[in-house]
Ligand binder design. Structure first.
Ligand code: 16G
Ligand code: ZN
Length: 528
């Protein structure tokens, strides 16, 4: 039963900061850590309500701000199947976070209870984890107060990657629950065991590849990848070699600083601390290890990025080949966003002849669309993505190719994009194909592109349609952009408000680096 007085008392210890207006955005709440205490307390309450609503199913909570600076933090909720929180409940999260007084808070809780006909007497259970940010422990303490206030059972998983939390939340709702006190350890063990075994199956006896240098952004990916690698090497110490750099999770100020997937993708250059020789294969994770991008340098020093688009193309190409070999009647599709490089879309549609759809930014949109295919490949250009295999694809009975497909389906974390599982997935395909990074890169040539951010006084006046590729407001701006774009060969550009920062983003592509930079600059000028 919900004890409203208890909630009121507990909430008084985590008062809302009056002047701040919170929004549950693309990736939950995210901002400077010092503003988040009241929000996280209330997220604990919301998770309890959601668990009650769903008949005591386990709800996950992740405290992280991903690739953002170390001083930021954030929180998001994970539904029982390991996917993002249902959209209607995002609205409740925002309402709860903005309730000014304790009384307001109780009113919002009561309205959520009545609108959803929540049975207050149901048990509630939540699991939660955090990344390596220094603000984490304090925020976890506030979260625990919220969980206790609503009389939910809370299991602390300690430090985990975001995808581990998604994976384990799903696991707890379909498999046997561990004994009390063993959750934290099992959330690691079960994850390592599953992905290490699947990797072993997927690589078969193909010839091994060279070491991959992994920039772990000085975040949680470093210790987790190290342990995962140990598990793989226990099965066979010869199949997977990594050297982890930027693995200092204890030094202040290093997390995501001039390193990590977002830094490398946006800057189109290697991270701090990595001396890339031309024969080296390298990759960068982000601060919570749900994004990965690969890269190398040519003999002449040119930096080559193998981003989310290239991962999607590599994966779709391999899967389609297996499906054909097995003679399966399975539809494979790829989901992208407006940021997908024009050459990647052309390659998928024209060379691989696979249907491609474009949706707004944010994993929930891509994930949802990918579920429409038997095998749905989705990756954002920034390196966040995964592949969804429907159960038909998983049970089809056609020998070798099916077995490989089966192994691949086990190797990818289907609850959410996961840098560590994506890394193993890519390695296993490259090993099966015996492809170098150079060969992989050559499947298509990226159009020169540029992403810039523009600080504006109010980003909310920018409204988009057509999967964020067309501006409908401010009126007249899209026409001006179109006119500019028309002046450049293979020009493409779009403007969208960020879902995570107070800025507007401008993306541009054109045939040459000069044209592309000029186009991005001019469109930014229109926005400013
Ligand atoms: C969040 C999203 C990511 C998206 C990014 C865009 C999730 C788990 N993460 O990090 O998919 O690419 O936001 O940020 O959905 P922006 O709106 O600031 O450009
Ligand atoms: Zn992330």
């Amino acid at each position: 039963i919900i004890d409203y007085n208890k909630i009121k008392e507990a909430s008084a210890k985590h008062p809302k900061l009056k002047e701040i207006n919170y929004t549950y955005g693309t990736a939950g709440f995210r901002m400077k850590a010092e503003y988040l205490e009241s929000v996280i307390f209330r997220v604990g309450i919301l998770a309890g309500l959601r668990s009650k609503k769903l008949n005591s199913k386990v709800i996950g909570i992740m405290v992280t701000a991903s690739h953002n600076p170390e001083a930021d933090n954030g929180v998001k909720l994970v539904d029982p199947n390991g996917e993002m929180l249902e959209q209607r409940w995002e609205g409740y999260a925002t309402q709860l976070a903005n309730a000014q007084s304790e009384e307001d808070l109780i009113t919002v809780i009561k309205s959520i209870v009545s609108q959803n006909e929540i049975d207050e007497s149901k048990n509630a259970i939540v699991v939660y984890a955090r990344d390596t940010r220094p603000s984490g422990p304090k925020l976890i303490a506030a979260l625990e107060d919220g969980i206790k206030a609503i009389n939910a059972v809370g299991e602390n998983l300690g430090i985990k990657t975001t995808p581990q939390l998604h994976y384990f939340t799903n696991y707890l709702n379909c498999c046997e629950k561990p004994a009390e006190g063993r959750y934290e350890e099992l959330a690691d063990k079960l994850y390592y065991e599953k992905f290490a075994n699947a990797f072993y199956k997927a690589v078969g006896d193909n010839q091994r590849l060279s070491t991959v240098y992994i920039d772990a952004a000085n975040g949680v990916g470093a210790p987790k990848l190290r342990e995962l690698t140990e598990w793989i090497n226990k099965i066979n110490d010869n199949i997977f070699k990594v050297t982890i750099i930027n693995d200092d999770i204890n030094a202040r100020g290093k997390l995501n600083f001039q390193c990590g997937a977002d830094y490398v993708k946006t800057g189109q250059n290697p991270p701090l601390g990595l001396n890339l020789a031309c024969e080296h294969r390298a990759a960068s994770l982000d601060g919570d290890a749900d994004r990965i991008v690969f890269y190398y340098v040519e003999e002449d020093g040119t930096f080559r990025l193998l981003d989310g688009d290239k991962i999607a193309a590599l994966s779709a190409g391999f899967i389609i080949e297996l499906v054909k070999t097995a003679g399966l009647d399975i539809n494979v599709g790829v989901v992208q966003t407006a940021y997908a490089n024009g050459s990647s879309t052309a390659y998928l549609e024209e060379e691989l002849k696979v249907p491609v759809s474009c949706v707004p930014t944010g994993v929930k949109h891509l994930h949802h669309k990918a579920q429409e295919y038997d095998v749905g490949v989705y990756f954002e250009a920034n390196g966040h993505g995964t592949i969804l295999f429907s159960s038909e694809a998983r049970t089809a009975e056609q020998e070798k190719a099916v077995k490989k497909l089966q192994a691949l389906s086990e190797l990818i974390n289907q609850t959410v994009g996961d840098a560590l599982s994506d890394l193993l997935f890519v390695e296993s395909i490259l090993m099966n194909r015996q492809w170098s990074f150079q060969k992989w890169n050559s499947i298509y040539t990226d159009m020169p592109n540029r992403l810039v951010k523009v600080v504006v006084s109010n980003r909310h006046i920018f409204k988009t349609t057509n999967a964020e590729r067309t501006l409908v407001e401010p009126k007249g701006l899209q026409e001006k952009i179109d006119k500019l774009v028309a002046q450049y060969k293979n020009g493409r550009s779009f403007v969208r408000p960020s879902g995570t920062e107070d800025v507007v983003r401008v993306y541009a592509e054109a045939s040459t680096r000069e044209d592309c930079d000029e186009l991005a600059f001019k469109v930014a000028g229109l926005v400013y």
